[in-house]
Design a protein around this ligand. Structure first.
Ligand code: COA
Length: 364
């Protein structure tokens, strides 16, 4: 029962797939989608164009995609959920229910990916309204996916700046290599299961606090800081207590997270910035300086969550919708990985090292 093969807890350092989709370069702080830099995609693309790039490999900056319809059975399912349900639970349920209405065939296709990615924003917006006692708003096919989502959420068409800012967040969140939820999606489809099951599982994986991030905690910490004058003292006291600064540090990035850099620019150019954005920029400088003093051995830089918080709050989303909105953005990456996995599939079935008792007889 001994097995000398190496074991890597958490599969850290193990290459478990090949992908042509996203390249995360932690040392140099680069993120590429099919070779294109994230900063360039944010500046020159939109979420539908980036999703299409991930699905098909073609860069068509004019590519458009509206939000989708909610099948009747799915709406009934959303209406049956308690108003207190977490938006992530509602979204996972909606994706599962949607799959039951679609008769999805294997292998998954870009058309299936497009349909699910278009459906989910409508479902999340509908749940957000239902829990507030409001009627869902039907999809407007004249609007692109991200402004369409905001319209279905609020009942009002967003201004161009607001739509552009959230679209940038969606582009930045679309894909990030073989993270836990993407791996989950690939494992599920490797059994020749369907696209909706893969994405429902991925949402389950993203829901965990170690993965789904905590931009709402960034907002909370900035409230605690209160003012620029208090920043240095607050940062030091927080670290002295052994607590972490939200929005700093990353498992892969040792350089400044390129997604944070892109979203910082977007947040600064927004008309409706959260009132704490100036404070956030000043606190960031202090935090980076103090983290460098305290951890000279480990590069702890700003991560995507720090400025995601500013953008999401600036466009008017409530913090409890942040994780599910991240899940909407990641649909493009999940579904692209599912298509890629099934195009050259090998059932994902690793081994475990057995650590239980030796073979023995049942007690008499
Ligand atoms: N604030 C203060 N210290 C930090 C830190 C942070 N945000 N992130 C890491 N460190 C320090 C810790 O002292 C840690 O040492 P310890 O284990 O003795 O406490 C050391 O750096 C190594 O951290 P480790 O947990 O091994 O890094 P990781 O690669 O596993 O963790 C994160 C990455 C993102 C989980 C971690 O940096 C973190 O908790 N950040 C804050 C939460 C956050 O912003 N999450 C969103 C991520 S996109």
């Amino acid at each position: 029962m001994t097995d000398e093969r190496p074991y890597s807890p958490g599969l850290e350092g193990v290459i478990a797939a090949e992908t042509a989709l996203g390249y995360v370069d932690g040392e140099k702080g680069r993120l590429l989608y099919r070779g294109y830099r994230i900063g360039d995609l944010v500046e020159h693309g939109t979420y539908p164009a980036v999703a299409n790039l991930l699905w098909t490999g073609d860069w068509e900056p004019e590519h458009r995609m509206a939000t989708g319809e909610i099948p009747d059975g799915v709406l009934t399912t959303l209406q049956a959920l308690p108003k207190t349900a977490k938006p992530m639970d509602a979204l996972r349920t909606a994706v599962s229910a949607w799959g039951a209405t679609q008769a999805l065939t294997y292998p998954p296709t870009p058309e299936q990916a497009r349909a699910l990615t278009a459906f989910s924003p409508s479902a999340l917006a509908a749940f957000a309204r239902l829990r507030a006692g409001q009627e869902p708003v039907a999809s407007d096919p004249s609007l692109d996916l991200v402004p369409g989502f905001l319209y279905q959420l609020t009942g009002t068409k967003p201004d161009a700046g607001t739509a552009r800012a959230l679209d940038a967040y969606f582009v930045v969140g679309a894909e990030h290599g073989l993270n836990a939820s993407t791996f989950t999606a690939r494992v599920i489809v490797s059994t020749r299961s369907d696209l909706a099951s893969s994405v429902a599982g991925a949402i389950g994986a993203l829901k965990g606090p170690l993965h789904g991030g905590a931009p709402s905690e960034v907002v909370e910490q900035l409230h605690q800081v209160g003012s620029v004058e208090r920043a240095e003292q607050w940062v030091k006291e927080t670290l002295d207590k052994g607590e972490r600064l939200m929005g700093f540090g990353h498992r892969v990035y040792r350089a400044y997270d390129p997604r944070a850099a892109a979203l910082r620019k977007v947040a600064q150019s927004m008309d409706k910035k959260p009132e704490w954005l100036d404070l956030a920029i000043k606190v960031e400088d202090v935090a980076l300086r103090v983290l460098a003093e305290r951890h000279p051995e480990r590069a702890l830089k700003t991560n995507v969550e720090y400025y995601a918080a500013a953008v999401l709050q600036g466009v008017g989303l409530t913090p409890d919708l942040f994780p599910a909105t991240f899940a909407l953005a990641r649909h493009a990456g999940w579904t692209a990985h599912v298509i890629e996995q099934s195009a050259d599939n090998r059932l994902i079935r690793p081994d475990a090292r057995y650590t239980g008792p030796q073979e023995r007889d049942l007690p008499a």
